[in-house]
Design a protein around this ligand. Structure first.
Ligand code: GLC
Length: 627
Protein backbone atom coordinates (compact mmCIF):
# COMPACT_ATOMS: atom_id res chain seq x y z
CA UNK A 1 0.00 0.00 0.00
CA UNK A 2 1.17 3.56 -0.64
CA UNK A 3 1.38 6.14 2.13
CA UNK A 4 -1.76 7.74 0.75
CA UNK A 5 -3.68 4.47 0.81
CA UNK A 6 -2.49 3.64 4.30
CA UNK A 7 -3.55 7.01 5.66
CA UNK A 8 -6.82 6.88 3.79
CA UNK A 9 -7.48 3.47 5.31
CA UNK A 10 -6.83 4.99 8.73
CA UNK A 11 -8.74 8.28 8.43
CA UNK A 12 -10.99 7.93 5.39
CA UNK A 13 -13.98 6.54 7.28
CA UNK A 14 -13.73 9.36 9.78
CA UNK A 15 -13.64 11.91 7.00
CA UNK A 16 -16.58 10.40 5.20
CA UNK A 17 -18.68 10.07 8.35
CA UNK A 18 -18.17 13.70 9.31
CA UNK A 19 -18.98 14.88 5.80
CA UNK A 20 -22.11 12.77 5.88
CA UNK A 21 -23.10 14.24 9.25
CA UNK A 22 -23.05 17.69 7.65
CA UNK A 23 -24.06 17.19 4.06
CA UNK A 24 -26.19 14.03 4.22
CA UNK A 25 -27.33 13.04 0.74
CA UNK A 26 -25.16 15.69 -0.84
CA UNK A 27 -22.08 13.66 0.20
CA UNK A 28 -22.40 11.46 -2.89
CA UNK A 29 -19.69 12.58 -5.24
CA UNK A 30 -18.26 14.92 -2.59
CA UNK A 31 -16.09 12.23 -1.01
CA UNK A 32 -14.58 11.33 -4.37
CA UNK A 33 -13.83 15.02 -5.01
CA UNK A 34 -12.19 15.34 -1.63
CA UNK A 35 -10.05 12.25 -2.26
CA UNK A 36 -8.89 13.75 -5.53
CA UNK A 37 -7.98 17.05 -3.83
CA UNK A 38 -6.01 15.19 -1.19
CA UNK A 39 -4.24 12.94 -3.69
CA UNK A 40 -3.09 15.92 -5.73
CA UNK A 41 -1.94 17.80 -2.64
CA UNK A 42 0.08 14.86 -1.37
CA UNK A 43 1.74 14.50 -4.76
CA UNK A 44 2.77 18.14 -4.55
CA UNK A 45 3.94 17.99 -0.95
CA UNK A 46 7.65 18.89 -0.90
CA UNK A 47 10.03 16.16 0.26
CA UNK A 48 11.25 18.23 3.20
CA UNK A 49 7.70 18.51 4.52
CA UNK A 50 7.07 14.81 4.04
CA UNK A 51 10.04 14.22 6.30
CA UNK A 52 8.56 16.61 8.82
CA UNK A 53 5.35 14.56 8.63
CA UNK A 54 7.31 11.43 9.51
CA UNK A 55 9.09 13.18 12.35
CA UNK A 56 5.84 14.51 13.79
CA UNK A 57 4.21 11.11 13.62
CA UNK A 58 7.04 9.93 15.88
CA UNK A 59 6.45 12.82 18.27
CA UNK A 60 2.70 13.43 18.33
CA UNK A 61 2.97 15.48 21.52
CA UNK A 62 5.25 18.10 19.98
CA UNK A 63 2.86 20.94 20.81
CA UNK A 64 2.52 19.79 24.40
CA UNK A 65 6.20 19.92 25.31
CA UNK A 66 7.36 22.45 27.91
CA UNK A 67 9.95 23.58 25.37
CA UNK A 68 7.21 25.18 23.27
CA UNK A 69 7.21 28.96 23.41
CA UNK A 70 4.93 30.94 21.14
CA UNK A 71 5.34 34.47 19.80
CA UNK A 72 2.69 36.48 17.98
CA UNK A 73 3.54 39.38 15.67
CA UNK A 74 2.49 41.33 12.62
CA UNK A 75 5.22 40.75 10.02
CA UNK A 76 5.29 44.41 8.97
CA UNK A 77 5.17 45.76 12.51
CA UNK A 78 7.87 43.35 13.62
CA UNK A 79 10.32 43.81 10.78
CA UNK A 80 8.87 45.45 7.67
CA UNK A 81 8.27 42.39 5.52
CA UNK A 82 8.82 38.62 5.32
CA UNK A 83 12.49 39.04 4.52
CA UNK A 84 12.74 41.38 7.49
CA UNK A 85 11.23 38.69 9.70
CA UNK A 86 13.82 36.21 8.41
CA UNK A 87 16.52 38.76 9.29
CA UNK A 88 15.20 39.18 12.83
CA UNK A 89 15.02 35.59 13.99
CA UNK A 90 17.81 36.00 16.53
CA UNK A 91 15.47 37.96 18.75
CA UNK A 92 13.01 35.05 18.71
CA UNK A 93 15.67 32.41 19.28
CA UNK A 94 17.03 34.50 22.11
CA UNK A 95 13.65 34.12 23.82
CA UNK A 96 13.46 30.39 23.15
CA UNK A 97 10.61 30.81 20.66
CA UNK A 98 9.57 27.64 18.81
CA UNK A 99 6.23 28.77 17.42
CA UNK A 100 5.66 31.97 15.48
CA UNK A 101 2.18 33.20 14.69
CA UNK A 102 2.47 35.83 11.99
CA UNK A 103 -0.74 37.80 11.94
CA UNK A 104 -2.77 37.82 8.70
CA UNK A 105 -0.42 38.23 5.78
CA UNK A 106 -2.48 36.92 2.88
CA UNK A 107 -3.73 39.52 0.43
CA UNK A 108 -6.48 41.56 2.08
CA UNK A 109 -8.87 44.03 0.51
CA UNK A 110 -7.53 47.56 0.03
CA UNK A 111 -8.35 50.12 2.72
CA UNK A 112 -9.96 48.96 5.95
CA UNK A 113 -9.48 45.23 6.31
CA UNK A 114 -9.88 44.32 9.98
CA UNK A 115 -6.15 43.84 10.48
CA UNK A 116 -5.97 41.53 7.47
CA UNK A 117 -8.97 39.40 8.46
CA UNK A 118 -10.80 40.49 5.28
CA UNK A 119 -8.95 38.30 2.78
CA UNK A 120 -9.21 39.07 -0.92
CA UNK A 121 -6.95 36.22 -2.09
CA UNK A 122 -5.89 33.21 -0.02
CA UNK A 123 -3.23 32.28 -2.50
CA UNK A 124 -1.35 35.58 -2.55
CA UNK A 125 0.74 37.40 0.02
CA UNK A 126 0.20 41.05 0.88
CA UNK A 127 2.15 43.01 -1.74
CA UNK A 128 4.19 45.01 0.73
CA UNK A 129 5.27 41.87 2.63
CA UNK A 130 6.60 39.78 -0.22
CA UNK A 131 5.52 36.89 -2.38
CA UNK A 132 4.30 33.35 -1.87
CA UNK A 133 7.85 32.18 -2.61
CA UNK A 134 9.16 34.46 0.14
CA UNK A 135 6.65 32.86 2.48
CA UNK A 136 7.81 29.36 1.57
CA UNK A 137 11.42 30.48 2.05
CA UNK A 138 10.57 31.94 5.43
CA UNK A 139 8.97 28.71 6.64
CA UNK A 140 12.14 26.88 5.62
CA UNK A 141 14.34 29.36 7.44
CA UNK A 142 12.11 29.12 10.51
CA UNK A 143 12.18 25.34 10.47
CA UNK A 144 15.96 25.35 10.35
CA UNK A 145 15.82 27.37 13.58
CA UNK A 146 13.31 25.01 15.19
CA UNK A 147 10.39 27.42 14.79
CA UNK A 148 6.99 26.40 13.43
CA UNK A 149 5.04 28.95 11.41
CA UNK A 150 1.45 29.52 12.47
CA UNK A 151 -0.95 31.24 10.10
CA UNK A 152 -4.55 32.29 10.14
CA UNK A 153 -7.13 30.73 7.93
CA UNK A 154 -10.16 32.98 7.96
CA UNK A 155 -12.97 30.47 7.48
CA UNK A 156 -16.06 32.45 8.30
CA UNK A 157 -15.84 35.21 5.76
CA UNK A 158 -14.03 36.68 2.78
CA UNK A 159 -13.57 40.29 1.75
CA UNK A 160 -16.31 41.77 -0.41
CA UNK A 161 -13.55 42.08 -3.02
CA UNK A 162 -12.65 38.36 -3.00
CA UNK A 163 -13.21 36.67 -6.37
CA UNK A 164 -16.12 34.60 -5.02
CA UNK A 165 -17.89 37.72 -3.78
CA UNK A 166 -17.08 39.63 -6.93
CA UNK A 167 -18.63 36.89 -9.07
CA UNK A 168 -21.64 36.75 -6.77
CA UNK A 169 -22.04 40.49 -7.20
CA UNK A 170 -21.88 39.98 -10.96
CA UNK A 171 -24.83 37.62 -10.57
CA UNK A 172 -23.09 34.26 -11.10
CA UNK A 173 -25.51 31.78 -9.44
CA UNK A 174 -22.70 29.34 -8.59
CA UNK A 175 -20.96 31.97 -6.50
CA UNK A 176 -24.12 33.54 -5.13
CA UNK A 177 -24.55 30.20 -3.41
CA UNK A 178 -21.21 30.74 -1.60
CA UNK A 179 -22.86 33.41 0.56
CA UNK A 180 -25.95 34.09 2.60
CA UNK A 181 -27.93 36.55 0.51
CA UNK A 182 -31.49 37.72 1.18
CA UNK A 183 -33.77 39.84 -1.03
CA UNK A 184 -35.39 41.60 1.91
CA UNK A 185 -35.28 41.84 5.72
CA UNK A 186 -37.66 38.92 6.40
CA UNK A 187 -35.05 36.27 7.14
CA UNK A 188 -32.38 38.62 8.51
CA UNK A 189 -34.92 39.99 10.99
CA UNK A 190 -35.75 36.47 12.13
CA UNK A 191 -32.09 35.62 12.63
CA UNK A 192 -31.33 38.92 14.34
CA UNK A 193 -33.72 38.02 17.16
CA UNK A 194 -31.14 35.65 18.62
CA UNK A 195 -27.83 36.89 17.17
CA UNK A 196 -25.35 38.83 19.28
CA UNK A 197 -23.35 41.67 17.73
CA UNK A 198 -19.59 41.32 17.44
CA UNK A 199 -18.84 44.96 16.68
CA UNK A 200 -21.94 46.80 17.93
CA UNK A 201 -20.12 50.09 17.72
CA UNK A 202 -18.64 50.28 14.22
CA UNK A 203 -20.57 47.42 12.55
CA UNK A 204 -23.97 47.10 14.19
CA UNK A 205 -26.21 44.22 13.16
CA UNK A 206 -25.24 41.07 11.28
CA UNK A 207 -26.43 41.92 7.77
CA UNK A 208 -25.40 44.56 5.26
CA UNK A 209 -27.37 45.89 2.30
CA UNK A 210 -25.45 45.61 -0.95
CA UNK A 211 -26.65 47.49 -4.02
CA UNK A 212 -24.96 45.17 -6.48
CA UNK A 213 -26.44 42.08 -4.86
CA UNK A 214 -29.67 44.02 -4.55
CA UNK A 215 -30.17 42.35 -1.23
CA UNK A 216 -28.87 41.79 2.28
CA UNK A 217 -25.60 39.94 2.85
CA UNK A 218 -24.76 38.11 6.07
CA UNK A 219 -21.81 40.00 7.59
CA UNK A 220 -21.22 38.92 11.18
CA UNK A 221 -18.12 41.09 11.55
CA UNK A 222 -17.59 44.20 9.42
CA UNK A 223 -19.82 45.14 6.50
CA UNK A 224 -17.00 44.30 4.06
CA UNK A 225 -16.50 40.78 5.50
CA UNK A 226 -19.03 38.47 3.84
CA UNK A 227 -19.89 35.28 5.71
CA UNK A 228 -19.45 32.20 3.51
CA UNK A 229 -22.06 29.52 3.24
CA UNK A 230 -20.64 26.26 4.57
CA UNK A 231 -23.90 24.42 3.87
CA UNK A 232 -22.60 24.43 0.29
CA UNK A 233 -20.17 21.49 -0.24
CA UNK A 234 -18.31 23.55 -2.85
CA UNK A 235 -17.31 25.89 -0.06
CA UNK A 236 -15.94 22.95 1.91
CA UNK A 237 -13.82 21.88 -1.08
CA UNK A 238 -12.53 25.40 -1.62
CA UNK A 239 -11.34 25.75 1.97
CA UNK A 240 -9.89 22.27 2.08
CA UNK A 241 -7.89 23.08 -1.02
CA UNK A 242 -6.67 26.35 0.53
CA UNK A 243 -5.64 24.56 3.71
CA UNK A 244 -3.68 21.97 1.79
CA UNK A 245 -2.05 24.74 -0.20
CA UNK A 246 -0.94 26.52 2.98
CA UNK A 247 0.25 23.23 4.47
CA UNK A 248 2.36 22.60 1.39
CA UNK A 249 3.93 26.04 1.71
CA UNK A 250 5.22 24.91 5.08
CA UNK A 251 2.64 26.33 7.49
CA UNK A 252 2.70 24.06 10.54
CA UNK A 253 -0.20 25.30 12.63
CA UNK A 254 -3.40 26.60 11.10
CA UNK A 255 -5.33 29.04 13.26
CA UNK A 256 -9.01 28.51 12.53
CA UNK A 257 -10.17 32.09 12.73
CA UNK A 258 -13.65 32.73 14.16
CA UNK A 259 -14.41 29.03 13.75
CA UNK A 260 -17.37 29.21 16.15
CA UNK A 261 -19.37 31.20 13.60
CA UNK A 262 -19.22 29.05 10.48
CA UNK A 263 -22.60 27.36 10.85
CA UNK A 264 -25.84 29.32 11.19
CA UNK A 265 -29.07 28.12 12.74
CA UNK A 266 -32.26 30.11 13.13
CA UNK A 267 -33.30 30.72 16.70
CA UNK A 268 -29.74 30.34 18.05
CA UNK A 269 -26.69 32.57 18.44
CA UNK A 270 -25.35 30.79 15.33
CA UNK A 271 -22.18 29.95 17.20
CA UNK A 272 -20.84 26.57 18.37
CA UNK A 273 -23.31 24.59 16.27
CA UNK A 274 -22.62 20.82 16.08
CA UNK A 275 -21.82 21.11 12.38
CA UNK A 276 -18.82 23.29 13.25
CA UNK A 277 -17.22 20.29 14.93
CA UNK A 278 -18.15 17.85 12.17
CA UNK A 279 -16.62 20.19 9.62
CA UNK A 280 -13.45 20.57 11.70
CA UNK A 281 -13.28 16.80 12.03
CA UNK A 282 -13.52 16.38 8.26
CA UNK A 283 -10.80 18.97 7.63
CA UNK A 284 -8.64 17.45 10.37
CA UNK A 285 -8.91 13.96 8.87
CA UNK A 286 -7.98 15.31 5.43
CA UNK A 287 -4.92 17.08 6.84
CA UNK A 288 -3.86 13.93 8.65
CA UNK A 289 -3.91 12.13 5.35
CA UNK A 290 -1.94 14.72 3.40
CA UNK A 291 0.09 16.64 5.97
CA UNK A 292 0.18 15.00 9.41
CA UNK A 293 2.79 17.51 10.57
CA UNK A 294 0.12 20.21 10.62
CA UNK A 295 -1.86 21.05 13.76
CA UNK A 296 -5.10 22.99 14.17
CA UNK A 297 -5.67 25.79 16.62
CA UNK A 298 -9.25 26.81 17.27
CA UNK A 299 -9.91 30.48 17.73
CA UNK A 300 -13.18 30.12 19.58
CA UNK A 301 -13.68 32.90 22.08
CA UNK A 302 -16.66 31.25 23.72
CA UNK A 303 -17.73 30.14 27.20
CA UNK A 304 -15.94 27.20 28.89
CA UNK A 305 -18.82 24.78 28.34
CA UNK A 306 -18.73 25.42 24.61
CA UNK A 307 -14.97 25.74 24.36
CA UNK A 308 -14.11 22.19 25.37
CA UNK A 309 -15.88 20.83 22.27
CA UNK A 310 -13.28 22.49 20.10
CA UNK A 311 -10.68 20.19 21.67
CA UNK A 312 -12.86 17.14 21.15
CA UNK A 313 -15.51 15.75 23.41
CA UNK A 314 -17.53 12.56 22.88
CA UNK A 315 -17.25 11.18 19.35
CA UNK A 316 -14.99 14.07 18.36
CA UNK A 317 -12.40 13.08 20.97
CA UNK A 318 -8.95 13.37 19.40
CA UNK A 319 -10.43 14.35 16.04
CA UNK A 320 -10.77 18.13 16.00
CA UNK A 321 -8.38 20.90 17.04
CA UNK A 322 -5.12 20.21 18.83
CA UNK A 323 -5.15 23.52 20.53
CA UNK A 324 -7.54 26.28 21.64
CA UNK A 325 -7.16 29.69 23.23
CA UNK A 326 -7.74 29.70 26.99
CA UNK A 327 -9.69 32.92 26.91
CA UNK A 328 -11.08 32.38 30.38
CA UNK A 329 -7.63 32.17 31.98
CA UNK A 330 -6.64 35.39 30.23
CA UNK A 331 -9.72 37.21 31.51
CA UNK A 332 -9.16 35.87 35.00
CA UNK A 333 -5.58 37.11 35.07
CA UNK A 334 -6.83 40.65 34.63
CA UNK A 335 -9.70 40.14 37.02
CA UNK A 336 -7.35 38.95 39.77
CA UNK A 337 -4.98 41.87 39.31
CA UNK A 338 -7.75 44.44 39.54
CA UNK A 339 -9.67 42.88 42.42
CA UNK A 340 -6.63 41.53 44.27
CA UNK A 341 -8.75 38.46 44.78
CA UNK A 342 -8.52 34.93 43.40
CA UNK A 343 -11.91 33.55 44.44
CA UNK A 344 -13.63 34.09 41.10
CA UNK A 345 -10.67 32.57 39.28
CA UNK A 346 -10.84 29.50 41.50
CA UNK A 347 -14.52 29.09 40.61
CA UNK A 348 -14.03 29.74 36.88
CA UNK A 349 -11.05 27.39 36.49
CA UNK A 350 -12.65 24.66 38.58
CA UNK A 351 -15.71 24.72 36.33
CA UNK A 352 -13.64 23.61 33.33
CA UNK A 353 -13.90 19.96 32.63
CA UNK A 354 -10.53 18.36 31.93
CA UNK A 355 -9.45 18.74 28.32
CA UNK A 356 -8.51 15.65 26.29
CA UNK A 357 -4.98 14.66 27.32
CA UNK A 358 -3.62 14.93 23.78
CA UNK A 359 -4.68 18.55 23.38
CA UNK A 360 -3.13 21.82 24.42
CA UNK A 361 -4.24 25.21 25.61
CA UNK A 362 -2.86 28.35 24.05
CA UNK A 363 -2.27 30.50 27.10
CA UNK A 364 -1.85 34.24 26.76
CA UNK A 365 -1.91 37.52 28.63
CA UNK A 366 -2.58 39.78 25.65
CA UNK A 367 -3.25 39.31 21.97
CA UNK A 368 -4.16 41.56 19.04
CA UNK A 369 -7.81 41.64 20.08
CA UNK A 370 -9.57 43.52 22.85
CA UNK A 371 -10.33 41.95 26.23
CA UNK A 372 -14.00 41.05 26.60
CA UNK A 373 -15.07 40.24 30.14
CA UNK A 374 -16.14 36.64 29.59
CA UNK A 375 -17.24 36.03 33.15
CA UNK A 376 -20.39 34.02 33.72
CA UNK A 377 -23.06 35.31 36.09
CA UNK A 378 -23.20 31.94 37.83
CA UNK A 379 -19.45 31.84 38.41
CA UNK A 380 -19.57 35.38 39.72
CA UNK A 381 -22.43 34.51 42.08
CA UNK A 382 -20.52 31.47 43.34
CA UNK A 383 -17.67 33.83 44.22
CA UNK A 384 -20.05 36.21 45.98
CA UNK A 385 -20.05 38.77 43.17
CA UNK A 386 -22.66 40.26 40.90
CA UNK A 387 -21.60 39.40 37.33
CA UNK A 388 -22.73 42.62 35.68
CA UNK A 389 -21.27 44.77 38.44
CA UNK A 390 -17.92 42.95 38.33
CA UNK A 391 -17.68 43.22 34.54
CA UNK A 392 -18.48 46.89 34.79
CA UNK A 393 -15.86 47.31 37.53
CA UNK A 394 -13.24 45.66 35.30
CA UNK A 395 -14.07 47.98 32.39
CA UNK A 396 -13.83 51.00 34.65
CA UNK A 397 -10.65 49.74 36.22
CA UNK A 398 -8.82 49.05 32.96
CA UNK A 399 -10.09 52.22 31.32
CA UNK A 400 -8.36 53.98 34.21
CA UNK A 401 -11.68 55.35 35.44
CA UNK A 402 -11.69 53.56 38.79
CA UNK A 403 -10.17 55.63 41.62
CA UNK A 404 -7.34 53.24 42.54
CA UNK A 405 -6.66 52.01 39.02
CA UNK A 406 -3.12 51.66 37.76
CA UNK A 407 -4.25 50.93 34.17
CA UNK A 408 -4.36 52.98 30.98
CA UNK A 409 -6.76 51.18 28.64
CA UNK A 410 -9.31 52.32 26.08
CA UNK A 411 -12.95 51.32 25.98
CA UNK A 412 -13.73 49.21 22.90
CA UNK A 413 -17.23 48.57 21.48
CA UNK A 414 -19.34 50.12 24.19
CA UNK A 415 -22.81 48.65 23.78
CA UNK A 416 -25.41 50.94 25.32
CA UNK A 417 -28.07 48.23 24.95
CA UNK A 418 -26.21 45.73 27.14
CA UNK A 419 -23.87 48.14 28.91
CA UNK A 420 -21.08 45.85 27.74
CA UNK A 421 -17.64 47.44 27.36
CA UNK A 422 -14.46 45.76 26.23
CA UNK A 423 -10.89 46.99 26.70
CA UNK A 424 -7.95 47.70 24.42
CA UNK A 425 -4.41 48.40 25.58
CA UNK A 426 -0.97 46.80 25.76
CA UNK A 427 -0.04 44.53 28.61
CA UNK A 428 2.36 47.12 30.02
CA UNK A 429 -0.13 49.98 29.88
CA UNK A 430 -2.87 47.86 31.43
CA UNK A 431 -0.48 46.58 34.09
CA UNK A 432 0.38 50.10 35.23
CA UNK A 433 3.68 50.87 33.53
CA UNK A 434 2.46 53.79 31.42
CA UNK A 435 0.96 55.62 34.37
CA UNK A 436 3.91 54.84 36.64
CA UNK A 437 6.49 56.10 34.13
CA UNK A 438 4.52 59.26 33.52
CA UNK A 439 4.28 60.02 37.21
CA UNK A 440 7.95 59.02 37.71
CA UNK A 441 6.90 56.85 40.58
CA UNK A 442 9.65 54.27 41.09
CA UNK A 443 7.59 52.07 43.36
CA UNK A 444 4.72 52.04 40.91
CA UNK A 445 7.18 51.13 38.14
CA UNK A 446 8.44 48.22 40.24
CA UNK A 447 4.90 47.05 40.84
CA UNK A 448 4.07 47.22 37.12
CA UNK A 449 7.18 45.21 36.23
CA UNK A 450 6.24 42.64 38.85
CA UNK A 451 2.68 42.39 37.49
CA UNK A 452 3.97 41.85 33.94
CA UNK A 453 6.22 39.05 35.15
CA UNK A 454 3.56 37.50 37.37
CA UNK A 455 1.07 37.25 34.50
CA UNK A 456 3.72 35.66 32.34
CA UNK A 457 4.62 33.22 35.10
CA UNK A 458 1.02 32.02 35.10
CA UNK A 459 0.78 31.53 31.33
CA UNK A 460 4.18 29.84 31.24
CA UNK A 461 3.30 27.58 34.13
CA UNK A 462 -0.27 26.68 33.33
CA UNK A 463 0.47 23.98 30.73
CA UNK A 464 -0.05 24.62 27.04
CA UNK A 465 1.70 26.84 24.55
CA UNK A 466 2.32 30.25 26.11
CA UNK A 467 1.92 32.95 23.50
CA UNK A 468 4.09 36.00 23.99
CA UNK A 469 2.61 39.00 22.27
CA UNK A 470 5.12 41.12 20.36
CA UNK A 471 6.41 44.02 22.41
CA UNK A 472 5.28 42.60 25.74
CA UNK A 473 8.75 41.14 26.25
CA UNK A 474 9.96 44.76 26.48
CA UNK A 475 6.98 46.28 28.22
CA UNK A 476 5.95 48.33 25.20
CA UNK A 477 3.31 50.93 25.95
CA UNK A 478 0.12 51.92 24.15
CA UNK A 479 0.68 53.36 20.69
CA UNK A 480 -1.76 56.21 20.28
CA UNK A 481 -0.61 57.01 16.73
CA UNK A 482 -3.25 54.61 15.35
CA UNK A 483 -5.68 57.52 15.56
CA UNK A 484 -3.76 59.32 12.78
CA UNK A 485 -4.23 56.48 10.31
CA UNK A 486 -7.63 56.73 8.60
CA UNK A 487 -7.73 52.94 8.10
CA UNK A 488 -7.20 52.33 11.81
CA UNK A 489 -8.65 55.32 13.60
CA UNK A 490 -12.09 53.81 14.20
CA UNK A 491 -10.66 50.60 15.68
CA UNK A 492 -8.77 51.26 18.90
CA UNK A 493 -7.43 47.67 19.02
CA UNK A 494 -4.57 49.26 17.06
CA UNK A 495 -3.45 50.96 20.28
CA UNK A 496 -2.00 47.60 21.31
CA UNK A 497 -0.54 46.73 17.91
CA UNK A 498 2.57 48.91 18.01
CA UNK A 499 5.59 48.72 15.76
CA UNK A 500 8.45 46.79 17.29
CA UNK A 501 10.82 49.12 19.09
CA UNK A 502 14.22 47.69 18.18
CA UNK A 503 15.97 50.52 19.98
CA UNK A 504 14.21 49.47 23.17
CA UNK A 505 15.20 45.86 22.49
CA UNK A 506 18.82 46.94 22.21
CA UNK A 507 18.59 48.95 25.43
CA UNK A 508 17.00 46.02 27.20
CA UNK A 509 19.88 43.74 26.38
CA UNK A 510 22.58 46.35 27.01
CA UNK A 511 21.12 47.65 30.24
CA UNK A 512 19.45 44.91 32.25
CA UNK A 513 18.75 47.48 34.96
CA UNK A 514 16.49 49.55 32.70
CA UNK A 515 12.75 48.98 32.90
CA UNK A 516 12.66 47.08 29.59
CA UNK A 517 15.81 45.24 30.64
CA UNK A 518 14.25 44.08 33.88
CA UNK A 519 11.10 42.90 32.14
CA UNK A 520 13.08 41.16 29.46
CA UNK A 521 15.53 39.48 31.79
CA UNK A 522 12.72 38.41 34.11
CA UNK A 523 10.77 36.94 31.23
CA UNK A 524 13.77 35.06 29.86
CA UNK A 525 14.39 33.67 33.31
CA UNK A 526 10.81 32.36 33.45
CA UNK A 527 11.10 30.89 29.96
CA UNK A 528 14.30 29.06 30.86
CA UNK A 529 12.66 27.70 34.02
CA UNK A 530 9.70 26.45 32.01
CA UNK A 531 11.92 24.73 29.49
CA UNK A 532 13.69 22.72 32.13
CA UNK A 533 10.51 21.62 33.91
CA UNK A 534 9.05 18.46 32.39
CA UNK A 535 6.14 18.73 34.84
CA UNK A 536 4.74 21.40 32.55
CA UNK A 537 3.92 18.97 29.75
CA UNK A 538 0.45 19.93 28.54
CA UNK A 539 -1.02 16.44 28.87
CA UNK A 540 -1.17 17.19 32.60
CA UNK A 541 -3.97 19.40 33.86
CA UNK A 542 -3.51 22.36 36.22
CA UNK A 543 -6.17 22.13 38.90
CA UNK A 544 -7.16 24.61 41.55
CA UNK A 545 -6.23 24.05 45.19
CA UNK A 546 -8.60 26.22 47.24
CA UNK A 547 -6.38 28.86 48.77
CA UNK A 548 -6.69 29.77 52.44
CA UNK A 549 -5.95 33.36 51.43
CA UNK A 550 -7.91 35.11 48.65
CA UNK A 551 -4.78 36.97 47.60
CA UNK A 552 -3.10 33.75 46.47
CA UNK A 553 -3.88 31.46 43.57
CA UNK A 554 -2.68 27.89 44.06
CA UNK A 555 -2.52 25.41 41.17
CA UNK A 556 -1.52 21.79 41.28
CA UNK A 557 -0.17 19.53 38.55
CA UNK A 558 -0.11 15.78 38.96
CA UNK A 559 2.88 14.63 36.91
CA UNK A 560 4.41 11.14 37.08
CA UNK A 561 7.77 12.77 37.91
CA UNK A 562 6.23 14.32 40.99
CA UNK A 563 3.58 16.82 41.91
CA UNK A 564 3.99 20.45 41.15
CA UNK A 565 2.38 23.21 43.14
CA UNK A 566 2.31 26.76 41.87
CA UNK A 567 1.52 29.66 44.16
CA UNK A 568 0.86 33.16 42.80
CA UNK A 569 0.49 36.27 44.91
CA UNK A 570 -1.75 38.56 42.82
CA UNK A 571 -1.32 41.57 45.09
CA UNK A 572 1.21 44.24 45.99
CA UNK A 573 1.21 43.02 49.58
CA UNK A 574 3.41 40.45 51.29
CA UNK A 575 1.26 37.44 52.12
CA UNK A 576 1.93 34.72 54.67
CA UNK A 577 0.98 31.18 53.82
CA UNK A 578 0.93 28.22 56.19
CA UNK A 579 3.39 25.62 54.95
CA UNK A 580 0.99 22.83 55.91
CA UNK A 581 -1.09 23.79 52.88
CA UNK A 582 1.90 23.10 50.63
CA UNK A 583 3.30 20.10 52.54
CA UNK A 584 0.10 18.23 51.96
CA UNK A 585 0.85 18.20 48.23
CA UNK A 586 4.60 18.28 47.75
CA UNK A 587 5.98 16.97 51.06
CA UNK A 588 8.34 18.61 53.49
CA UNK A 589 11.20 19.31 51.06
CA UNK A 590 10.53 20.65 47.60
CA UNK A 591 12.53 22.19 44.80
CA UNK A 592 11.47 25.67 43.83
CA UNK A 593 12.07 25.93 40.11
CA UNK A 594 12.06 29.70 39.67
CA UNK A 595 14.70 30.42 42.32
CA UNK A 596 16.53 27.14 41.89
CA UNK A 597 16.53 26.64 45.68
CA UNK A 598 15.36 23.75 47.77
CA UNK A 599 12.57 24.81 50.09
CA UNK A 600 12.04 23.31 53.48
CA UNK A 601 8.34 23.35 54.18
CA UNK A 602 8.87 22.33 57.80
CA UNK A 603 8.42 25.83 59.28
CA UNK A 604 4.97 27.06 60.24
CA UNK A 605 4.65 29.54 57.38
CA UNK A 606 6.40 31.23 54.50
CA UNK A 607 5.98 34.71 53.10
CA UNK A 608 5.28 35.49 49.49
CA UNK A 609 6.61 38.86 48.43
CA UNK A 610 4.38 41.17 46.30
CA UNK A 611 3.41 39.51 43.02
CA UNK A 612 5.69 36.56 43.72
CA UNK A 613 5.31 33.25 41.92
CA UNK A 614 6.50 29.94 43.38
CA UNK A 615 6.84 26.77 41.33
CA UNK A 616 7.34 24.00 43.86
CA UNK A 617 8.16 20.51 42.67
CA UNK A 618 7.91 17.42 44.82
CA UNK A 619 11.10 15.44 45.24
CA UNK A 620 10.38 11.89 44.22
CA UNK A 621 13.08 9.36 44.91
CA UNK A 622 12.89 6.42 42.55
CA UNK A 623 13.00 3.00 44.23
CA UNK A 624 16.58 1.81 44.65
CA UNK A 625 17.56 -1.72 43.81
CA UNK A 626 18.38 -3.94 46.77
CA UNK A 627 21.56 -5.93 46.56
C1 GLC B 1 -10.93 36.87 15.03
C2 GLC B 1 -9.75 37.81 15.05
C3 GLC B 1 -10.24 39.23 15.06
C4 GLC B 1 -11.10 39.46 13.85
C5 GLC B 1 -12.20 38.40 13.73
C6 GLC B 1 -12.84 38.42 12.38
O1 GLC B 1 -11.69 36.97 16.17
O2 GLC B 1 -8.95 37.54 16.17
O3 GLC B 1 -9.17 40.12 15.08
O4 GLC B 1 -11.68 40.73 13.94
O5 GLC B 1 -11.71 37.10 13.90
O6 GLC B 1 -12.06 37.77 11.42
Amino acid sequence: MTTFELRLARYGADLEASLRAVYGERTDGLFARVIELMRRALERRPEELRQLDEARLLRPDWLQQPGMIGYVAYADRYAGDLQGVADHLDHLCDHGVTYLHLMPLLKPRAGENDGGYAVADYRAVRNDLGTVDDLADLTRELRSRGISLVMDLVLNHVAREHEWARKAREGDPHYRDYFYLYPDRTEPDEYEKSLPEVFPDFAPGNFTWDDEIDGWVWTTFNSYQWDVNWTNPDVFCEYLDIMLYLANLGVEVIRLDAIAFIWKRLGTSSQNQPEVHHLTQALRAALRIVAPAVAFKAEAIVGPDDLIYYLGVGSHHGQVSDMAYHNSLMVQLWSMLASRDTRLTEVALSAFRPKPTNTTWATYVRCHDDIGWAIGDEDAAAAGLDGAAHRSFLSDFYAGAYPTSFARGLVFQENPATNDRRISGTLASLAGLEKALESRDERAVDAAVQRILLLHAVILGFGGVPLLYMGDELGMLNDYSYADDPDHAADNRWVHRPRMDWELARQASEDPGSVAGRINAGLKHLIAARKRTPHLHASVESTVVPSPDARLLILRREHPLGRMLQVYNVTEWAVQLECAVLREHVGGEASEVLSGYDYSLAPYSLTLTPYQALWLVEKVTPPTSHA
